[in-house]
Structure formats: structure tokens, C-alpha cells
Design a protein around this ligand. Structure first.
Ligand SMILES: Cc1cc2nc3c(=O)[nH]c(=O)nc-3n(C[C@H](O)[C@H](O)[C@H](O)COP(=O)(O)OP(=O)(O)OC[C@H]3O[C@@H](n4cnc5c(N)ncnc54)[C@H](O)[C@@H]3O)c2cc1C
Length: 439
């Protein structure tokens, strides 16, 4: 086995993975292609550059992102440590001075005696070379080509076209019915039936709603061209278009009226536990505030809780549930681990968490030990469980949210209190797991 471990991509995930490996005494070569070759979004040669917002989201335990960060703090995450050191005032969020943040990480990584930073684009990994691939949402085209060859074209995606995801407990089931079209197979979908009047009001609000300008305008056009239309663009073609497209009511009968509804929005389960649902066909560029306002007009969704809003942007990611083991290791190529946004987690902190776990598990593998599989009661464990076990046909990236963690044994009405208790449980599980498996 080659002595040094490769980490490909010096972004958030790659920097974290390299740090974890080196702190476990392993020699690492971290390959970053910038500044020799740039991505369409990065602007510097610094490692762990934040390419858009300077916020790492909420920093309190009543929020799932806050919980994820706290778990990572306890696991000695470099990225979270430096974020804490370079934070700027941002209320309950952990926002950073992006320049200081990336500079400090670059310095700490570059000065680590076991990490060698090499500025080079990697376009393939030699057979047998242990490597963590963390080349991010803007993975270079040549490396993408190699990944396609490795996995097969159908398992590598280049765009996110995500419909909003809402929690099942926030739905009004008195208005919604469970059925599949023409009664075929199991009743898999929740159906939100519109009357003609409700539909007209919804349609008018949808076409008038404000959209979000995608980061990469040119790419957005390509995305549309590829036939993945945002719901608002379809709606603008005419008031009837949606009724013949994603909102078609054919094959569905509302048990309350015994009739076919005027139009129907279908909700498809996002996870096996059916705690989360997505709005089928609702990939969108609407502003987030507009998504909550307009989509809550859908019957049964008046109080919908959005755990993730719809987005459409360039994003390279693999079909993780098909390709990776829970350790984030390839099913077929065990010497390859994957991390960051490339595996279908979404967001700075989620990507970093995947880097941390890939780093720890690469070290376990190299040392001939069993992989570390974090308990599902922790935010890290829940997020990774989701992406490993998600339905492969509709696999889309996911960010951390409480809907991914198992519910509590007792019912707590107050949401803040409930979330706090889920977080406390998570940290207790993490402490036990670390004591048994890591320390
Ligand atoms: C335009 C845009 C805006 C975004 N805005 C936000 C936001 O505001 N908040 C948020 O939480 N998330 C945002 N994201 C998602 C964000 O990219 C991720 O959360 C995070 O950066 C992913 O971390 P990563 O380490 O997987 O990838 P990155 O941080 O992108 O790191 C990957 C690194 O790999 C390098 N690389 C690529 N190919 C190669 C190669 N062949 N050889 C060597 N090096 C290579 C790249 O140069 C890069 O440095 C945005 C994504 C995009 C595309």
C-alpha cells in the first residue's frame, strides 16, 4: 500500500479530511488545482474558500445546523475551530470573516508536518492509490470524466434541481389523501387536491412571485434546455399548463368528494420513515420567502414547515446510495473515499462533516480497523444515513435538518423544546460513541 494518502480538492471537505488524517499520524498529499486552474466560482488560491455567503448558518442547539457544528467541535474539526476563531457578529448564526477564515485554514494545513499541499489538477487516481475525492460541486471536467468512467454516466449528475422538502408533521391531513395514480401499486403519494377556484388563485400567485437570480446564469439556461423546468417557468406558459403537467389530476379520486380534483400536487416521501416529503415537480428558482408564501396556498400545506427550499444550480454529485458504503468508501473501489458536496450533502457545514468522517474512516481502513458509523441519533449519523439509504432513482442533495433524526419517544408540542431535547440526545449518543469507538 502506498504510504501517502491523497486528498483531492482543498475546499472545506478536503481540508477537513486532510487535517483529520494528519492528526491521526498519516501522511497526506492534498491536491488543489487552484490557482493553476480555477472553478467558475472561486476567486482566490486559498484553501477552504467560502464561495458565496460568509455564514455557516445557525449556531444554537435548537437548530439542526447548530447541532451539527457542535458535534464537529467535539470531534476537533479544524474548519469549525477556525470559524469560531474568525467569527463576526451575526446574531444566532456563525458567520466568519471569510478572508481571515480561509487564510488561517490555509496556514494551518500548509504548516502541518504531515500534510504536503500540491497545486495540481488531478484527472484520475492511479490504481490502488488510497484517495479521498472531495473536489466539490465544481469538480473539474477532466476529473468528472474519469468519475463517469469509474461509475458509469448515469450515476454522476451535474445539476441540482431540488423541489422543496417539508415535514410530514406540518401537513393538514384533513385536506390530503393517500393514493397512487389509477390505484396502481401501493398508495405511495400524498395528494393535495385543488378546487378550480383554489387553483386559479394559486396559479396567479405563482406566476407573479419573485424569482432568485441563479449564481451562474449561463448554466441555468443550459439546465432549462436539458428539460428540467422550474415550476414557475412552466406556469408562465398558460394557466392550464400545470394541469397537464406536474399538477395533472388524472387517475386520482378525492375520497372526500368522490370526484377527480381540478388539479393535484403530489407529495413523495423523502425518507423511509416518511417524516419528510417533497413537492413532486416543484424544482424552482423562486425566492425562499416566496416559496413559503405561495406553496402554503396548496391545500393541506397552509402550515407547511420547509426543511429545505427548492434550488436549481450547477452541482456535480454522485448517486451515493448506489455507489458508496456507509463509511463513505466506494462499494467497488475500497481504496477510494468520497466527501463533501460531491456525495450529495449540501452546504458548507454538511460538506465539512462528510470530510471529517471520510478522513476518520480512511484512517480506520488504512489501519485495518472497522469503519466508524455514527449513530443515527446524531446529526452526523442521520445525515450520512440519509444519503447512503436514500431512494436511488430520485437521489438529490440534502442538508441537515431535524426531520432526518429519529423522533423522540415522547411527544413535545413546543418545537424549540423538542429540538433542544433531540440535540441533547444527539450529544449524549455522540459522547458515548466517541468514548467507545474513537478515543
Ligand atoms: C455558486 C455556488 C454558491 C454556493 N453558495 C453556498 C452558500 O452560500 N452556502 C453554503 O452553505 N453552500 C453554498 N454552496 C455549496 C458549497 O459549494 C458547498 O457547501 C461547499 O463549498 C462544498 O464543499 P466541498 O469541499 O465539497 O467543495 P469546495 O469547497 O468547492 O472544494 C472543492 C475544491 O476542489 C478543487 N478541485 C476541483 N476539481 C479538482 C481537481 N480535478 N483537482 C484538484 N482540485 C480540484 C476546487 O478548486 C475546490 O477548491 C454553493 C455552491 C455553488 C456552486
Amino acid at each position: 500500500m502506498p504510504k501517502k494518502i491523497w486528498v483531492i480538492g482543498g475546499g472545506l471537505a478536503g481540508s477537513e479530511a486532510a487535517w483529520q488524517l494528519a492528526n491521526l499520524g498519516l501522511e497526506v498529499v492534498l491536491f488543489e488545482m487552484r490557482p493553476l486552474k480555477n472553478t467558475p466560482a472561486h476567486t482566490s488560491d486559498l484553501l477552504a474558500e467560502l464561495i458565496c455567503s460568509n455564514s455557516l448558518k445557525a449556531n444554537y442547539l435548537e437548530n439542526a445546523s447548530g447541532l451539527l457544528k457542535e458535534e464537529m467541535r467535539r470531534l476537533n474539526s479544524l474548519i469549525i475551530k477556525v470559524a469560531d476563531e474568525t467569527r463576526v457578529p451575526a446574531g444566532g448564526a456563525l458567520a466568519v470573516d471569510r478572508e481571515k477564515f480561509a487564510r488561517l485554514i490555509t496556514r494551518q494545513i500548509s504548516e502541518h508536518p504531515l500534510i504536503q499541499v500540491v497545486r495540481e489538477e488531478i484527472t484520475s487516481v492511479p490504481p490502488g492509490q488510497p484517495a479521498i475525492i472531495a473536489s466539490g460541486p465544481l469538480t473539474s471536467p477532466d476529473l468528472s470524466r474519469w468519475l463517469k468512467e469509474l461509475f458509469g454516466e448515469e450515476y454522476l449528475y451535474f445539476y441540482d434541481a431540488v423541489a422543496p422538502i417539508i415535514t410530514s408533521e406540518s401537513l393538514d391531513y384533513s385536506k390530503i389523501f393517500l393514493a397512487s395514480r389509477y390505484g396502481k401499486g401501493e398508495a405511495e403519494y400524498l395528494n393535495c387536491p385543488f378546487t378550480e377556484e383554489e387553483y386559479q388563485i394559486f396559479w396567479e400567485s405563482l406566476v407573479a412571485a419573485e424569482t432568485y437570480q441563479a449564481h451562474l446564469e449561463v448554466e441555468k439556461k443550459k439546465l432549462f434546455f436539458e428539460g428540467c423546468m422550474p415550476i414557475e417557468v412552466l406556469a408562465k406558459r398558460g394557466s392550464e399548463t400545470l394541469r397537464y403537467g406536474p399538477l395533472k389530476p388524472v387517475g386520482l379520486t378525492n375520497p372526500q368528494t368522490g370526484k377527480r380534483p381540478y388539479a393535484v400536487v403530489q407529495l413523495r416521501a423523502e425518507n423511509r420513515e416518511r417524516t419528510l416529503y417533497n413537492l413532486v415537480g416543484f424544482q424552482t428558482n423562486l425566492r425562499w420567502g416566496e416559496q413559503s408564501r405561495v406553496f402554503r396556498m396548496i391545500p393541506g400545506l397552509a402550515k407547511a414547515e420547509f426543511v429545505r427550499y427548492g434550488v436549481m444550480h450547477r452541482n456535480t454529485f454522485i448517486n451515493t446510495p448506489r455507489l458508496l458504503q456507509p463509511s463513505l468508501q466506494g462499494k467497488r473501489a475500497e481504496h477510494l473515499f468520497f466527501a463533501g458536496q460531491l456525495i450529495g450533502v449540501e452546504g458548507y457545514v454538511e460538506s465539512t462533516a462528510a470530510g471529517l468522517v471520510a478522513g476518520l474512516n480512511m484512517a480506520q481502513w488504512v489501519n485495518g480497523r472497522k469503519p466508524l458509523i455514527f449513530p443515527r441519533e446524531t446529526a452526523i449519523g442521520a445525515l450520512l444515513y440519509y444519503i447512503i439509504n436514500a431512494e436511488t432513482r430520485h437521489f438529490q442533495p440534502m442538508n441537515i435538518n431535524f426531520g432526518l433524526l429519529p423522533p423522540l419517544n415522547r411527544r413535545i408540542k413546543d418545537k424549540t423544546e423538542k429540538n433542544r431535547e433531540i440535540s441533547e440526545r444527539a450529544l449524549a449518543f455522540l459522547t458515548e460513541f466517541m468514548a467507545k469507538e474513537i478515543n
